[in-house]
Each structure stands twice: as structure tokens, then as C-alpha cells.
Design a protein around this ligand. Structure first.
Ligand SMILES: O=C(O)CCC(=O)C(=O)O
Length: 256
């Protein structure tokens, strides 16, 4: 199995992307796929999100990262069948391949909900290295609730994946402050934003008193890099038996 074979087995052809998707990924660094999650699947993802938060309590998110002011979950690959079709979604994989353009794998599959009155993050890329003409990481945000200007949606600074010397936000005097070029990711629940995560991005403040803004982060990387969560350490027998060979390849838990 290799990346071409896995993408082909999963039906992730470049024809799934529109010219607009490709242009936006190239120029702005992100594109929004509307209506990717159907209503039944969305409900299953929301229900599982809540059940896992209740079940895991103060340990939720611990496998990767916990954050003050946000509910976080991690290792979703092993926490429900409804997540199998997240990291193997053909359209998302086609977009991720468009960005990374070489052998790829999952870095991690997590979730985040900025609580009312919280959630502001500094602008940051997911890749610290100097821009070397290639893109090594690509993230996708799966909206389980509508993202609005008020409820802590993600902000992105378009074009920052192309900053030539370094894509470090160290040039910013205050990475928490609004950026003059930032764009808010405002889209209905069920949408997925795929973004070249060399782009500067971050969560914004949930200014509501009660609105949820639950989202999954399905994060991919060049195959040579270390995963954010080592899937071989975490893969359960149940997951391994349930998923396809191509899915095992995407997780980098295949045996051949
Ligand atoms: O959930 C979001 O809006 C962005 C989250 C993010 O970039 C992070 O947690 O590093």
C-alpha cells in the first residue's frame, strides 16, 4: 500500500475538488466544503462528543492536549465508529493531498469546544519550520455547530502559508490581537474547512453566554513526520479489525 493506492481505494480523486477549492487552497490557504456531514452523521458526532466529555471528565483531551476554557477530546480514532469516515473522507483527503502533495498520514483526530467567555487563542501555524517550498501539514475543521462571528469560530490569516522567510508568528507584536487581514470561518454546521496549517490561525473568543461551537480537528501531515498522537501506540484491536487496509495506511498502523 502507498498513498496513491490508499487514496484510490478510498475514492479520493482530485476530481472531487472544484477549481475554486484548488485556487483557495493555493492562494488563501483554506477552502470550505459545505454540507459534507449529513444530518444523521452530524447528530451521531454531536451525541458522541457529549457522551465522551461526560465519560472522560477531567481526563478528556489528555492524550494530546488540555486547554483552559475549552472542552477537548483526543484519540477519536479509537472512540467510535462514526469517526472512521472522518479521516477517510474522500473529498477532504483529496484537498489534503492537494496541499501536501506527497505521502501523507493522519497526525491526530481531536475535538474542541470553546466555552462561553473563553476560547481566544494566539495566532499560530501548526508547522514551526522555515518555509522550504513545501507544505508539511494540513488540518481540517469539522463544524458540529454553526460557526458564527460570536461563538468562537476559527480565524485565519489568508496567504500566510506563503510568507517566504519563515512562517513564524514571532513577527507579530501580539499574536492574541486581531490581525488586520484575518478572516473568520463562518459556516453552517455540517461544513468542513480544509486548511493548509502553515497558515496562521487560532480560535476566537466565544462571546455568547450559552452557544456551543463544537468541532473536530482532523490533522494530516507528510508521512515522514512524527504524528501528534502516535497511532501505533493507541490503536485498539477493535478499531484495527473494523477499518479497511486503506484506513490503516492513513493511520500508519498497517503491517505491510
Ligand atoms: O478550534 C479552533 O478554532 C482552532 C484550534 C486550534 O488552532 C488549536 O487548538 O491549535
Amino acid at each position: 500500500m502507498d498513498t496513491q493506492q490508499a487514496l484510490s481505494d478510498l475514492g479520493a480523486g482530485s476530481d472531487l475538488l472544484t477549481q475554486q477549492n484548488r485556487d483557495e487552497l493555493d492562494e488563501k490557504g483554506y477552502t470550505v466544503l459545505l454540507g459534507l456531514i449529513d444530518d444523521q452523521w452530524l447528530e451521531a458526532l454531536r451525541t458522541q462528543f457529549e457522551e465522551l466529555c461526560d465519560k472522560e471528565g477531567s481526563r478528556a483531551g489528555l492524550e494530546v492536549h488540555q486547554e483552559y476554557g475549552a472542552r477537548r477530546l483526543a484519540d477519536l480514532v479509537n472512540k467510535g465508529e462514526m469517526f472512521d469516515t472522518v479521516y477517510t473522507n474522500p473529498t477532504v483527503l483529496a484537498a489534503v493531498y492537494h496541499v501536501i502533495g506527497k505521502d501523507l498520514k493522519l497526525g491526530s483526530l481531536n475535538a474542541r469546544d470553546a466555552l462561553p467567555g473563553e476560547g481566544l487563542q494566539r495566532l499560530h501555524p501548526d508547522w514551526d519550520g522555515v518555509y522550504d517550498g513545501r507544505f508539511h501539514v494540513c488540518n481540517s475543521i469539522w463544524l458540529l455547530d454553526d460557526f458564527t462571528e460570536e461563538n468562537g469560530c476559527t480565524r485565519l490569516v489568508p496567504g500566510t502559508h506563503l510568507v517566504s522567510a519563515t512562517n513564524s508568528t514571532a513577527v507579530l507584536t501580539d499574536p492574541m490581537a486581531p490581525h488586520p487581514q484575518e478572516e473568520y470561518l463562518i459556516a453552517p454546521a455540517g461544513s468542513v474547512a480544509v486548511f493548509n496549517s502553515h497558515v496562521w490561525h487560532g480560535g476566537t473568543l466565544n462571546r455568547t453566554t450559552d452557544a456551543k461551537r463544537r468541532a473536530l480537528h482532523c490533522y494530516f501531515m507528510g508521512r515522514e513526520h512524527e504524528q501528534q498522537l502516535n497511532q501505533r501506540d493507541y490503536i485498539t484491536h477493535e478499531t484495527w479489525m473494523r477499518i479497511s487496509r486503506a484506513a490503516r495506511y492513513i493511520l500508519d498502523v498497517d503491517l505491510d
